[in-house]
Write a protein that binds this ligand. Structure first.
Ligand code: GLA
Length: 691
C-alpha cells in the first residue's frame, strides 16, 4: 500500500500524457437509455433524433445490471445493436462506464464495495453513488466491466468516446479508507514530526503520536488537516479514474476520447478539477440552470472556468431540456432560452451539447425531469426548439470546427485557495463564486468588445506568458514556487492584480510568517496591515464608489509603490488607509486591491488595469447593447461571432468590419453590418476575408 501511494503522489506531480486529441466538430445529442425501453421503440427514438440533427448520444452509464446481470455474465449484444442502429441514423455514441451504480447482486454479496457516510452509516442499494471509491474490490469489478466494454467497442468506428462513471461525488469514511488515508499521509510526510509541523498541530489538536490516530473525517480538525483531506480525496478520485483509464487506453482506438462528466454545476469543490481532468483527453460538465432563468454572466463564467481545467475546448455532457426536477421550483426556461443557453456554452468553447435526458423516465428519481420526448415517445414542446438548434449547428459546423475562444486576460483560480477560504470564511458573506463574478463580469464585458475571452486558469499549472493581465481575486495560498512564477511573469512585462485575502497561507494552509501577500510582499513593496470583515458598505475616498464584505488596510513599504485608492472617512480602523497599491516591477507591474468594490467602481478599476496592461484589442462592434453577449471563437485567420440577446426585448448590434451571417433570427444569410436580435435571439457570423 505504501508503494501505491508513492505512485499516486508521483502521478499528481507529473504532467500526464493524453493519447487522443479532443474531438473536433460540433455535436448535439442527448443521454439515451435504450436499456429502459422496448427495443422495438429504439428506431423511432433515433429517427426523431436524426430529424432534430442530433449526431451523438451518450449511453450506458447506469446500465451495469443490464450489462452484467449476474456476476461474471456479460450481456452486451443489446448495446452493440443500439450502437449500430444509432449509426444507421448518423448518430455517434459515447459510452458511459456504468461504475456510478453497481448492481444489487454485487452490493449484496460484497458489502465492502459500499461506501460509508461521514456519520458512520453504510450506504445501501437503491439509488446511485452507493459505491466506495477507494475499495480495491470495487475497483476490480470496475476494471473488469470496463475491459469487457472496451474489448467489444474499443475499435467500433461509431463509438467516439468514453465517459468514466458519472459526476464523481461521494467519498467514503469506512475503516479501510481511513487506513488508506493514514498510509497516504505516511507516504507524503514520511514522519509524524513532519506531519505535526506541517499542520502546526501543537497550535490546536496536540501532536499526533501514532498514524492510526489521524481521523479520516477532518471535521473539527485544523486548517492543515482539512486541506490535506481534500488532497487525499482528489488523489483517490484520480486513482479511481486511472484504474479505468489504464484498462481503456490499450484497448481503445486512439481516436476515441476519454472524459468524465463533472457535476456540482462545475463549482463543487469536493476535489480538485484541474488534477482530475489532467488525466483525461477532454473536460466535460453538466450545465443546469435549475430554478429561475439563465444568469448569463454566471454561466459565462462557469463555462470559462471549465475551459480552464484543461485549457482547451470542452463538452457540455448534460444540460436541461428547459427544466429539471431537483430545484425548489422546477420552472420551465422561456421559449428560446434553452437554445440561447446552448449557444452561450458553444460561444465559450463547448464543442458539444447533450441534453439530459432524451425521454421521460417512467419511474426512479428522475421522474418529472425535463426531457425532449414524453413517456409516449412523442416530442414535447421543447423538441422543436432543440431541432432548431440542430439546424443552426448544421449551418455552422464547418465554420466553427477547430475554433476556440482566445484571451489576453486570465483570472487565477486554484483549489487550495478555494478550500482555505471556505474552511474559514471569517464572514458568512464571503461567497467565493460571487467574489470571482465581481471580477469576472466587468473583465468579460471589457474583453468581448475586442473579440476576446477571459480565461480562468490554475496558476500552478497554466503557462502565464501569453497573457497581458492576470487577476487573482482570491489567491489565498501562495507557495514560494508560485510566487516565483508570478514575479517572473511580471518582470517579463505581465501585469498582476491581486485581490483581497491574497498570499495569506502556505501550501499546508498555515499562516505565512510574513503579512499578506506573503512571498509577494517584497516584489509588491507593500503589505496588508490588517483584514476586516465588513457588516455594511464603506466609502472609497475620491470616488462615488463603495466596497463591502471584506476590507484590508494596506501600506506601501517602498517609495516605488503608489497608493491607488484609500478608504473614505468614518470607517474606524480603515479610515484614510490604503485600499489599493501598485508598483512597477521589471517590465510589468503588481497591484493589490484589498477590498471588494461595487460594480461601477470595479468596472472602472478593471478597465484601467486592462488598458494599462495593453490587454484590450480594438472593438469589433460599435458597442455591446445591454443584455447582449458577444462570444468570439477564432482559429488561424478565421473569426466566428456568436451574438446572444439575453434581454427580454429587442437589441441591435452594429458590427465593425464585414461579416457573413450563418444563423440569424429571421433565417436570412449573407453579408451583414448590423444584426437585430429579439429576446433570446441568437446570430452566428463569420468574418469575411478572415481577421
Ligand atoms: C445529473 C446526473 C444525471 C441526472 C441529472 C438530472 O447531472 O448526471 O444522471 O441525474 O443530474 O438533472
Amino acid at each position: 500500500m505504501k508503494l501505491l501511494w508513492a505512485a499516486v503522489l508521483l502521478l499528481a506531480a507529473v504532467a500526464p500524457m493524453c493519447a487522443a486529441a479532443p474531438q473536433r466538430g460540433l455535436y448535439l445529442g442527448a443521454a439515451w437509455y435504450p436499456e429502459q425501453w422496448p427495443e422495438a421503440q429504439w428506431d423511432r427514438d433515433l429517427e426523431l433524433m436524426e430529424a432534430a440533427h442530433f449526431n451523438v448520444v451518450r449511453v450506458g452509464e447506469f446500465a451495469w445490471s443490464t450489462m452484467e446481470p449476474r456476476e461474471g455474465v456479460y450481456e452486451l449484444d443489446w448495446l452493440e445493436r443500439a450502437i449500430a442502429l444509432a449509426a444507421k441514423h448518423h448518430i455517434a455514441v459515447v459510452i458511459g462506464t456504468p461504475t456510478d451504480a453497481p448492481p444489487a447482486w454485487m452490493t449484496a454479496k460484497y458489502p465492502d464495495v459500499l461506501g460509508m457516510n461521514a456519520d458512520g452509516r453504510w450506504r445501501e442499494h437503491g439509488g446511485r453513488r452507493q459505491f466506495n471509491y477507494a475499495s480495491e474490490r470495487y475497483r476490480r469489478f470496475c476494471a473488469e466491466i470496463v475491459a469487457q466494454l472496451a474489448r467489444r467497442f474499443g475499435h467500433n468506428p461509431d463509438v467516439i468516446g468514453w465517459q468514466i462513471g458519472n459526476e464523481y461525488t461521494d467519498e467514503s469514511f469506512d475503516p479501510a479508507t481511513r487506513a488508506m488515508y493514514q498510509e497516504y499521509l505516511r507516504a507524503k510526510f514520511g514522519t509524524l514530526e513532519n506531519l505535526n509541523r506541517a499542520w502546526a498541530a501543537d497550535c490546536g489538536p496536540q501532536p499526533f503520536t501514532d498514524w492510526s490516530q489521524v481521523p479520516l473525517d477532518p471535521a473539527g480538525g485544523g486548517p492543515g488537516q482539512l486541506l490535506e483531506h481534500k488532497h487525499f480525496v482528489t488523489a483517490t478520485w484520480r486513482s479511481f479514474q486511472k484504474n479505468q483509464i489504464d484498462v481503456l487506453r490499450p484497448l481503445i482506438a486512439p481516436s476515441q476520447f476519454i472524459t468524465t462528466n463533472i457535476g456540482g454545476l462545475a463549482w463543487s469543490d469536493n476535489w480538485d478539477h484541474y488534477a482530475v481532468t489532467a488525466d483525461l483527453d477532454l473536460a466535460s460538465w453538466d450545465d443546469y440552470v435549475g430554478q429561475g432563468h439563465l444568469d448569463a454572466a454566471k454561466n459565462a463564467m462557469l463555462n470559462d472556468f471549465v475551459r480552464g481545467w484543461k485549457r482547451q475546448n470542452f463538452w457540455v455532457m448534460e444540460t436541461e431540456p428547459a427544466s429539471v426536477n431537483w430545484a425548489p421550483i422546477n420552472n420551465e426556461l422561456w421559449p428560446g432560452e434553452t437554445r440561447a443557453l446552448a449557444w452561450q456554452t458553444i460561444g465559450h468553447g463547448a464543442d458539444a451539447v447533450l441534453y439530459w435526458q432524451w425521454r421521460d423516465a417512467l419511474n426512479g428519481q428522475e421522474q418529472y425531469h425535463g426531457a425532449i420526448v414524453g413517456p409516449d415517445g412523442q416530442p414535447l414542446p421543447v423538441y422543436e426548439e432543440i431541432a432548431r438548434l440542430g439546424r443552426d449547428l448544421e449551418a455552422t459546423r464547418a465554420a466553427i470546427s477547430g475554433t476556440s475562444p482566445e484571451a489576453k486576460i486570465a483570472i487565477l483560480h486554484d483549489y487550495d485557495s478555494r478550500w482555505a477560504i471556505d474552511f474559514q470564511p471569517f464572514t458568512k458573506l464571503y461567497d467565493q463564486q460571487q467574489v470571482l463574478l465581481r471580477f469576472y463580469a466587468p473583465l468579460e464585458q471589457i474583453a468581448e468588445r475586442g473579440g476576446d475571452a477571459v480565461d480562468i486558469v490554475d496558476p500552478n499549472v497554466a503557462p502565464l506568458d501569453g497573457y497581458r493581465l492576470i487577476v487573482a481575486p482570491e489567491l489565498n495560498v501562495i507557495s514560494a514556487t508560485l510566487a516565483e512564477r508570478l514575479v517572473a511573469f511580471v518582470r517579463g512585462g505581465g501585469h498582476l492584480l491581486l485581490g483581497p485575502r491574497s498570499g495569506m497561507k502556505d501550501e499546508n494552509n498555515a499562516l505565512n510568517t510574513q503579512r499578506q501577500p506573503g512571498p509577494l510582499v517584497e516584489a509588491l513593496g507593500g503589505r496588508v496591515e490588517q483584514y476586516y470583515a465588513l457588516d455594511g458598505a464603506i466609502d472609497i475616498a475620491g470616488t462615488n464608489g463603495s466596497a463591502d464584505v471584506w476590507a484590508e488596510s494596506l501600506s506601501a513599504l517602498s517609495p516605488a509603490t503608489a497608493v491607488v485608492l484609500r478608504y473614505g472617512r468614518g470607517n474606524g480602523w480603515l479610515e484614510g488607509k490604503a485600499a489599493m497599491i501598485r508598483r512597477d516591477v521589471g517590465k510589468g507591474s503588481i497591484a493589490y486591491l484589498g477590498t471588494l468594490p461595487d460594480a461601477a467602481l470595479m468596472s472602472e478599476l478593471m478597465t484601467k488595469a486592462a488598458t494599462d496592461a495593453g490587454a484590450l484589442d480594438p472593438p469589433i462592434v460599435e458597442g455591446v447593447p445591454d443584455g447582449v453577449e458577444v462570444c468570439v471563437r477564432v482559429a488561424g485567420g478565421r473569426r466566428l461571432l456568436v451574438l446572444i440577446n439575453h434581454a427580454n426585448s429587442t437589441r441591435t448590434v452594429q458590427l465593425k468590419g464585414s461579416y457573413r451571417t450563418l444563423v440569424s433570427p429571421d433565417g436570412g444569410v449573407g453579408s451583414a453590418t448590423s444584426i437585430t436580435l429579439p429576446a433570446q435571439g441568437v446570430a452566428v457570423l463569420e468574418q469575411e476575408g478572415g481577421r
